[in-house]
Structure formats: C-alpha cells, structure tokens
Design a protein around this ligand. Structure first.
Ligand code: ADP
Ligand code: MG
Length: 707
C-alpha cells in the first residue's frame, strides 16, 4: 500500500531534507557571494536585491527541475487554518513553437493570486481582488510530491492585500518574532551579553490525531462534512482500561507512521516522536523544535501530509478537536521557548548564579505576560471545535493558569518573601551573584492538567486546538512576552544595581501576578471556584473568548509592537466569529440531513417491523409484551427525533437570519449548538434499542476499535 515496502531498509539520514533547498544545497549550488548575500538576508541583516534574487531563482529552478518539478507555487497561509497554493508551470514560449523553463527572481519574490476568495474580514475592498504573496526566505523552499509522482516547488510566502494589510497567519508571526527578539536582546544586554545578535522564539508542537478506517469514514456524513461525529452512542468499551496510551503500535498503523516519517523527513520536517495516545485509535507525532516560523510552516505540512498518507493506507486522519463524544479529544501542545542565535535557551535554568538570575527574570516576564493577557491567549485557541475540548474530559478548562513545579515555586516564593530557600539542606538562597545555587531540573512533576506548564526549559501551552495553525497562539505569546520584556529592559537599563532590581522585579511579579500560578489539578470541580476567587477569567466558549480581540488593551498591545494594526486585529475578530457560525451551520445542516434521511427512516422501518411482528405474535398466540414495549419506545423516540429535527432547523434558520455577526454567533452558540446536542440525545437512545443490522451508519465501536 505504502510507497515503501516493509523490507526496504530505511536510511533516515539519507532521506532527510532530500526535497529541501536547504543550507547545504544553497552552499553547493549558489556562487559564494550570492550565498553570503542570501545568508545575510535570511538573518535579517540585509535587503534582498533583484540581482541576488535572480541568481537564487535560477539555482532553485535548476535544482527543482532536476528533481522532477514542472510547477511552482507560492505557498501561503490564509486565515483559515489550512494552506493555499496556486500552481504555475515553469514553461514559457520560446517563440519558435517550443518552450523554455523560466523562473525569475521576480517570480520567486512576488506573486499575485486573486485574493477575493479568501477571508479578509473587511480588509480587502471587494473591487480590489488582488493580493500579494511575498517570499519568506527564512523558511526553506521545498518540493511536494503526490502519489502520482507529480513534483511541485513550494515557496513559503506571506500574503497581504493590495493596501498592505496582512491577510495571513505568517506575516504577524514574523512581526511578533522581531518584536520579542528586539526586547529580549535589550534585557540580555543589561545582563552583559555581548554575543547574541538576535533572539529566536522556538516551538515544538506535539500533534494529536485519530485514525479511522476509510470504509467507515465514507459512511459517516458527519465525519466527512463536519470532521466530527454528530451522533453516536458510546461504545461499550471506551478508554477506561487505559490500555492504549504508549501501547504497542499495530502493524497497520506502524506501516502508516513509517511512510509518514519518510514523507516528512524528505520535506525537512524533523518528525521525531510517535506513540499511541490515550483514546482508542488516537496517536501523537512530535517534531524536534525549531524557530516559530519554521515550526508553523512544518506543522501545516505535517497536518496535510498526515491526511494524505493515511488515505494511502486506507485510513482517514481526523484532526478535529473532538471527533468522538465522551472520550479524549485532540490537542496540540505548543512547547515554546526563547533562545539566542548562538544557542542559549533563555528559559533553561543555568548552572551559574548569574545565569539563574537571568533565567528568573525571563521566567517572571513570561508569568507577568500570561497573567496580563490571559484573555488574548485564550482567544487564540477559540474555535467551535475546541469548545468541545476546553473543559471537557481531558483538556484544561477555559482558565489560563501556569504550572511551575515545586522547585521553581519555592525559589520564587522565597525571593518574593525576602526569605530563605532550603533545597535538600542546601544554603540560603538570595538572588545575588554568589548566593543562588544551580537550580535543580524539575522535570519530574508532569502536571498534565495545566494549560500552561513549565517543563524544565520551556513552557508548554496545551490549549491549542489540534486542527489549528500554531501561528495565532505564538503571535500572541511572542507579543505579550515582548511587552513584558520591554518593561523589564527599561527598568534594568536604568538601574545601578542589577541584583536589587531583578529581586524587586521578581517580588513584584509574584505579588501582582502570582494568582495565575496554580500547580494543582486543573480538572477538578474546585479549580474553577478557586480561580474565580483569584479573579482569573474562565472563558467557556468561542463567542466570549473572541471578544478579547476587541479590547483597547489588545489594540494597544499589537499596535505598539507592530504586529497587527487596529484594522488587522479587527478583521481577525470578524473572520473568526464568522468561521464559528459557518462551522456550526454546517453541523446543523448535516445533522438535519442525517436525521431525515437516515435516522427517521430507520426508526420508521423499525417501528413498522415491530408492529408487523406484534401482529404475527398475536396471531400465533404468543406473548406480545416485549414487542409492544419496544414499539412504544421506538415510536416515542421517532416522534422526539422528528420534533427535535424541526426545532434544530428552526433554530438554524433564526441564527442565519441575524444581521449582526456577534448576534448571529450568540444564536449559534445558545440555540443551534444546543439543538444539535438535544437531537443527538434522542438518536443515540434509538441506536441502542434497534437491531444492529438496521443501523445505517458505523458505530463508535466500529470506528474506534477495528483499525
Ligand atoms: P512530552 O510529550 O513529554 O511533553 P515530547 O517529547 O512529546 O514531550 O515533546 C516535547 C516537545 O518540546 C518536542 O517537540 C521538543 O522538540 C520540544 N522542545 C524541547 N525543547 C524546546 C525548546 N527549547 N523550545 C521549544 N520546544 C522545545
Ligand atoms: Mg508528547
């Protein structure tokens, strides 16, 4: 099935990056001065000149054609969570009836796709359909191959409107990386760092997903159209035996995973870890971290490739946040840190007291940022799909809190109280040059319930939805931390006593923002109550969460750091609220369709059959009580399903008729979303009393346990 047979030896080192125009290829194929010039551009130290672009384009073309490419595409990320591409071939008429292969610097740098069919949230006047894509040379050019062997040259690009507004997810991400780099460098300077030229935000996103047999998938309109099951009674066995997590991987899945690794490696994606997840038929893949920009691009490639390869193995990959009710959903754990360009992880507690002082300063800046802008972080994870997950079953609730671990908590608390810290009998701890011992690494306590956890040398943001682009959350993380570092740098630049100032800063952050630190179990019922007492927001749904984009506080923040203008920010609100409505509308229409064309006919058929059987039993002089009781139950459910289908239809029509975007979203949330759930209850009740052989769709047990 897969493109590689199982007896073929796998040489990861040979395969890795085979389809990437990476450093090594650049060095080999570009003239020395062009290579040097391009490196400067990539590092942000120079502008790209047309001459350099032409030489680079020529080298890329030659390389791509050798590898079998006939087309190229400016690959970009509109505000939809998926990527977009328009393919152009290299051919150019030579004037004598033949063609030459053409690819200029201009074609490399800039494209002009029609932007009118992408969401713009009012940023693009309808008469101005043009949009521009611009080469992002910090993310390497790569080749995508399909099963038929077609090869396309993909050029990662940013996408903006004719008026220069960002219409995509990459542009603000690049801007936010600049913002955090600039402010982090200022802080580093005050600590005496003279070598770092930039600070990179790094991310390693762990991706969860389900696999389902394609045969079953094709029989479920809800999976096809909505990405999740809108109906389905629980399987008699769920995930309670806890026998799936890290369990042995089945051959069929392992063959798929092997092909997936190969495809990803070829495109330079650092696929590293793979394992079974908690729910049946659920899995995870995690790459080695990279800079945020590349991590975001690679996560898009990964999501696309995972689906493609699954199909080649007769399976479908479900990336939805909650494909099945009652069992774990899919998340994306966004491991985030800051590192200097010369490789120092700024969130790694160092071995010397000086390093630790710097670490604590950065750590406290993150704490302050997260508490100050918890609403914005929450907003970046708000989608109709993720609403099923945040607060349900396994996922952290809609409350942002930070887990720090025992050691770090003690250290911070002792500094805050001006007191002493004793760790395993070690000496008193003050934040001073010669008194702060090396912080022991505290990886032991892996609190899985925290939405924002310190895990030794990085923070893990766990609210992110599995189907979402990681750009949004990281744009916000970078920007809010940039703001906190900006303020910290200003303080440290002014002070004559760095020690005292850092101590004062730590104290202040713990006093003012310590409320966001919570190491307990975030899944308990007590936590929301406790969080309320602390004044932490608990935002339960997308409509409420997205409001954060409209606050003056948000506008000021994004504007100040040149990440999103007021218009750009507002357009995101418009687009995301509209997407919320559209998704629930699709679910509603799909639920109605399934109800009318599958479940109601099944109930009718079942009732008619029971009536017939009752008559036959009576004629034979046999007892009819069981048949009659069943018939009564089915009839009652039939009526309820019919009624609730009509109610759902009415609610959906009402929501669609609303003019104002926010009013509409509220109706979808309060009336349509709930009407879908109400209809589901009746259908699921029917599923467990009618004969299995009349049930028109695959069951939860089929989909979850028969891979
Ligand atoms: P776990 O499942 O135990 O949380 P994984 O090994 O599955 O851990 O994932 C951890 C992720 O964190 C990996 O993608 C890893 O590359 C990433 N990571 C490690 N160090 C950093 C860092 N400094 N910055 C960003 N991500 C990091
Ligand atoms: Mg993991």
């Amino acid at each position: 099935m897969g493109s590689h047979c199982c007896c073929e030896k796998l040489n990861a080192a040979e395969i890795f990056g085979a389809n990437v125009f990476n450093e090594k290829v650049m060095k080999e194929r570009l003239p020395k001065d062009t290579y040097r010039a391009l490196r400067k551009v990539i590092r942000g130290q120079a502008e790209l000149t047309p001459e350099v672009a032409d030489v680079v384009a020529g080298a890329i073309k030659a390389w791509a054609i050798e590898k079998g490419a006939s087309h190229y595409t400016h690959w970009f990320q509109p505000l939809t969570n998926v990527t977009a591409e328009k393919h152009d071939s290299f051919i150019d008429p030579a004037g004598d009836g033949t063609v030459i292969m053409e690819f200029s610097g201009k074609q490399l740098i800039k494209g002009e796709p029609d932007a009118s069919s992408f969401p713009s949230g009012g940023l693009r006047a309808t008469f101005e359909a043009r949009g521009y894509t611009a080469w992002d040379c910090t993310s390497p050019v790569f080749l995508k191959t399909d099963a038929a062997g077609d090869v396309t040259l993909c050029i990662p690009t940013a996408f903006c409107s004719y008026t220069g507004h960002a219409l995509d997810k990459k542009t603000p991400l690049l801007r936010s990386m600049n913002a955090v780099s600039k402010q982090a460098l200022r802080v580093l300077k005050t600590f005496g760092n003279k070598t770092a030229r930039s600070v990179l935000s790094t991310v390693g996103p762990e991706q969860e997903y389900f696999l389902v047999d394609k045969e079953y998938y094709l029989k479920r309109l809800d999976l096809i159209l909505a990405g999740r099951t809108l109906f389905g009674a629980p399987s008699p066995k769920g995930q309670e035996l806890e026998d799936q997590y890290f369990g042995a991987i089945k051959d069929r899945v392992s063959a798929f995973m092997k092909d997936l690794d190969i495809e990803l490696w070829k495109m330079g994606v650092l696929a590293k870890t793979k394992h079974n997840e908690v729910a049946p038929s659920q899995f995870e893949i995690a790459p080695v971290f990279s800079t945020t920009n590349i991590a975001a691009d690679h996560n898009q490639i990964l999501m696309e490739t995972i689906q493609k390869i699954a199909l080649r193995h007769g399976m479908v990959c479900l990336l939805h946040e909650k494909p099945y009710a009652g069992i774990n959903g899919n998340g994306k754990h966004n491991n985030w840190s800051l590192s200097t360009d010369d490789g120092q992880n700024l969130l790694d507690p160092g071995v010397t007291p000086e390093q630790n002082e710097q670490f604590l300063a950065f750590c406290c800046a993150v704490i302050k940022a997260v508490d100050t802008h918890a609403d914005l972080l929450r907003a970046t994870c708000a989608t109709s799909g993720n609403d099923h997950r945040l607060g349900a079953n396994e996922a952290p609730p809609g409350i942002i809190s930070i887990f720090l671990g025992e050691t770090l908590n003690e250290v911070l608390a002792s500094i805050a109280s001006g007191g002493k810290y004793k760790s395993g009998g070690s000496a008193l701890l003050k934040l001073g040059v010669d008194t702060l011992p090396a912080l022991p690494k505290d990886n032991s306590d892996r609190n899985r319930t925290s939405p924002f956890a310190f895990t030794g040398n990085k923070f893990e943001f766990r609210m992110v939805g599995s189907s979402a682009s990681i750009s949004g959350p990281n744009v916000t993380l970078n920007t809010i931390v940039a703001e906190a570092l900006d303020e910290l740098a200003t303080r440290l630049e002014k002070t004559k006593n760095l020690n005292a100032e850092v101590t004062a800063y730590v104290k202040e952050v713990i006093e003012k923002h310590g409320r966001v630190i919570f190491d307990g179990n975030g899944y308990t019922e007590d936590w929301p109550k406790e969080a309320e007492k602390r004044g932490l927001p608990n935002v339960k749904n997308t409509v409420d969460a997205l409001k954060a984009y409209l606050t003056p506080k948000a506008q000021k923040l994004y504007d100040k750091y040149n990440v999103l203008s007021k218009e750009e920010l507002h357009s995101r609100y418009e687009i995301y609220i509209e997407q919320y409505c559209k998704h629930i509308n699709i679910e509603a229409l799909c639920a109605v369709k399934m109800s009318r064309t599958l479940y109601i006919p099944t109930a009718l058929k079942s009732a008619a059959k029971l009536a017939k059987e009752t008559t036959a039993l009576k004629a034979a002089g046999a007892a009819t009580a069981v048949a009659e009781e069943l018939l009564a139950k089915v009839s009652r459910l039939l009526e309820a399903i019919n009624k609730k289908t009509a109610a759902l239809e009415a609610a959906n029509a009402k929501a669609n008729a609303a003019e104002d975007a926010t009013d509409k979203a509220i109706l979808f949330r309060d009336e349509v979303f709930t009407a879908i759930a109400a209809l589901r209850e009746e259908v699921d009740a029917l599923e467990v009393i009618v004969p299995a052989y009349v049930w028109p769709v695959p069951t939860y047990a089929d989909m979850l346990f028969k891979l």
